[in-house]
Each structure stands twice: as C-alpha cells, then as structure tokens.
Design a protein around this ligand. Sequence first.
Ligand code: HEC
Ligand code: HEC
Ligand SMILES: [Ca+2]
Ligand SMILES: [Ca+2]
Ligand SMILES: [Ca+2]
Length: 453
Amino acid sequence: MKKLFYISILTLCLSCGKDKQSINEASEEFPGGATTYNNIFSGSFEQPSNNMNAAEVALHLEGDAHFEAMFVGSPAVRNQGLGPIFNHASCALCHPKNGKSAQPFSGSDLKGLLFRVSIPSADESQGPTPVPGLGGQFQQRSLVGTTAEGSVNITFTETTHYFADGTTYTLRKPHYTLTSTTATIPANMMVSPRIAQQVIGLGLLEAISEADITAQQDISDFNGDGISGKANKVFNPVSGLFELGRFGWKANNATLLEQTAGAIHQDIGITNFVFPKEAAYGQIQDDGMDDEPEIDSISLVKLAFYTQSLAVPKRRYFNDKDADNGKEIFFRIGCNKCHTQKYITGNTSPFAFLNNQTIYPYTDLLLHDMGSELADGRPDFLANGNEWRTPPLWGIGLSELVNGHTSLLHDGRARNILEAIMWHGGEAENQKTEVAKLSKKERDDLVKFVSSL
Ligand code: HEC
Ligand code: HEC
Ligand SMILES: [Ca+2]
Ligand SMILES: [Ca+2]
Ligand SMILES: [Ca+2]
C-alpha cells in the first residue's frame, strides 16, 4: 500500500516535472558549449572563450588590441599604413563591441556598411571580376591629400503589408547610388551592399566538419520541400586552393585567417603577407611603391585568433513558457531547415578548446535563394545574385543591449527580428507565409524564442 503510494507520487512528480521541463535539452542553455560566456551585459560579445588556457587567453588579448587599434597614415609610431583609400580605420569601428553594425541612414556615414563591386564574367565560379579602376570593393574614404573612390547616396522606399489577422507591417527598402570621382563606373557594374556582422562564436563555425555542412545540401531539392541549400566553394589565397566557404554574407571566405587578411587589406588599407599590394594598387591614389607588409604576419595571425576565440553568451528566457512555444513554432514551420539548430564540432582544430563542442548556432552555413526582394544581383563564386548564406542566430537578441540597435539582414535593412522574417522569400517563401498566418501571441512567442538564442 505504502509502496503503491510512493510510486503514484513519483509518477505524478515525473509528469509534472516533464511539463515544466518542457522541450529543451540542458545543453541548449550554453549555445557555444564549453566556450559559452555566462554573464549577460553590454560587453557579452567581447569575452574570451570560457575554456581556454592562460596562454590562449593571453594570445586572445593581444589579438583584441589589434581589433581595437585605430590605424593611421604612415609614417607613425604605431598602427601605421592606413589607406590611402579605406572604408574605416579599425575593425571595431565597423564591428562595435564585436556586434553588428547599425543600418546607416545616409551615405555620409556608412557605419559598418560597405559595397562589393564587380563586372560580369563568363565563369563566375572563379570569383568576382574586379571593376577596372575600382577593384572588388568601393572605398569611400581616403587619407588627406588623396582621393576616395567616390561616394554613396542612400534613399528608402517603404511598403505596407498585412498579417492574416489584418495587422499591418511595413518594410523599408534601401536603394544605393554609387558615384565615382576616380573611375568611370561601367554600366554593367554589379553592387553588393553588406553590413558588418557580429564576430562571436566564429571559431566554432570554423571547427564544424566539412562533411556536416555539405551533407545538408539538397541542390536539386530531392525532398521537394522548396529548400535547396548549396555550399559555396571559394578561392582561399592563403592555401591557393578552392575550399568550402563559411564566412561573409555569401559564404565567400573559407577561413578566418583569410577573412581577417582580406578585411584589414580592403576595409582598412593595410598590406599583409596574403595581400602584399595596396587595395589602391594601380590607381592614382597609390604611390606604386612595393612597401614591406604594413602588419607583420604574427600580428595578423593573432588578430585572426581573436575572431576564432570569442565566446558565445548563454541563452536568455531559457525554459520560458512563451519562448518554448515560439520554439515549437520555429520547428513546426521549418525555420530550422536552414537555421540548423545543433552540431558537434570536429576534432581537427589546432585549438583544442574548439573541438568536440556541442553547439547551437542555428545555421547550415549554406547558400539559399532568398527571392528577388533581397537579391543583390552580384554572384560571388558559386553564390548567384539571389543567394545568401544562412546567418547564425546565436546572440541575435543581444544586439539592442550590446549595440543599441536591432538592424538585421545583409545590409541592415530590417529594423527588428519580425521584419527580418517577413523579408524572407524564395526558398523561405513557405515559412514566411506560415508566419503571416500566426496570431499576434504566436508571432510574439516566435520573436521571443529567436531573441533568446
Ligand atoms: C568597413 C567596415 C568593416 C571593417 C573596417 C571591418 N569589417 Fe569585418 N566585416 C564587414 C562586413 C561588411 C562583413 C561581411 C563581409 C562579406 O559579406 O563579405 C564583415 C565580416 C567579417 C567577418 C566574418 C563574419 C561572419 O559571420 O562570417 C569577420 C571574421 C570579420 N569581418 C573580421 C574583421 C576584422 C578582423 C577586421 C579588422 C581587420 C574587420 N572585420 C574590419 C565590415 C567591416
Ligand atoms: C531557405 C532558408 C531559410 C529559411 C527557411 C529561413 N531562413 Fe532565416 N535567413 C536565411 C537567410 C539566407 C538569411 C539572410 C538573408 C539576408 O541577409 O538577406 C536569413 C536571415 C534571418 C534573420 C536575420 C539574421 C541576421 O543576422 O541578420 C532572422 C532573424 C531569421 N532569418 C529568422 C528566421 C525564421 C524565424 C525563420 C522561420 C520563419 C527563418 N529564418 C527561415 C535563410 C532561411
Ligand atoms: Ca596602406
Ligand atoms: Ca576599390
Ligand atoms: Ca529540399
């Protein structure tokens, strides 16, 4: 009798516990596995991975100094080599507190927005073809006494849309006009506006095994769900090989070292062992001299290590009833078909702290056609003019706290998470349509879940 009583209490507790425990695995609270940072405040994106040894932390801090460094024109005692043409004078000016850049309202202050440019070529898979006189990126700043490549004008058009319940929402589309002072802009120039991304957790994304990414491809959509992710294959100037692309809005960079070398070269104007010639090479702004690299290779590797070793903050609203309801909606309507929830990182990273981590980045790192409204019309290796890489969603809800804004998507056009969702089209048309059918409470719960990541 007594035994039976205990058993029934026990089953009662188990089922009541189950209700409360809901649908989350305990590990989901720590999206970056053992690297996860446990404190939530405005500096949450600036933390070293939690599981590094003292030597690694020291290296991280040295890299941090380069990330913050304001470069200046040569000659100077420190951080020289800025320009002659550039987009901004430091990594941190575009990636403030390692977060996303806000959307710029006018061309006079582009914040972390830059423009990739190219002209069409017969075989885009080899990579973008530079624009004569402008190269592959438009630099709107220059040192005193030299000429910037030109300027940008931004205008907006706003359109009104309806959720199924009759509630309206608006989407604001930016339009960009580039004017050059140093070159004649060819009529067939293709322009890709791109905003600075957050840089947390990237070492973990680099440590996902290639097979785990390519296995998610469904290029000819065999399972007929309208979604056909494709991996990018990009030229990596560090290895001299075509490799799986993971970084950038079109997965157009293979590794963080390559991304870092390209950023410091094109965005800031600093020559290095990967890109020894000035971004302005061949143009009137360049003195044509073959200088020593303006940053030494050890410093560049430390800077890359900084981007490889930034922690992801832990979840907010974890096991919250509304966020859990939003999670159910996210999976039910298939957001996870591109925003892949979970991986276990590989075991081949030279940095042991990145290996065998259970992570929750919510990205497949694949390219998807997102429809004509989001298209930039500019191919980037295997990415066509409609395709973008699924961005990771971890940390997304902290933008407001860290950066004081909620700009999203490749050029920052979305003003909040719900707008970002309603911009989805192309392969994600079905998911967007399902969101439009949700009630206000369900939309709020979905947004609460996404912002809890
Ligand atoms: C002018 C603004 C600007 C500056 C300066 C800048 N970045 Fe970026 N960063 C961007 C943009 C825009 C992207 C997206 C690029 C793309 O899609 O190809 C990006 C992407 C990245 C990424 C890839 C993020 C991801 O999720 O794939 C890393 C890493 C990065 N930057 C590091 C750096 C470092 C290191 C520096 C300093 C050397 C730097 N950036 C300087 C604007 C900037
Ligand atoms: C077909 C693949 C696909 C599906 C399905 C999909 N997404 Fe996305 N998502 C993307 C891509 C690609 C982007 C980037 C588009 C861009 O920047 O223009 C994106 C961007 C986002 C962003 C903005 C992220 C940032 O950092 O700017 C959010 C938020 C988001 N998706 C949430 C969702 C939600 C919620 C759903 C389900 C309703 C969903 N997505 C379904 C591929 C997808
Ligand atoms: Ca320089
Ligand atoms: Ca240029
Ligand atoms: Ca499919």
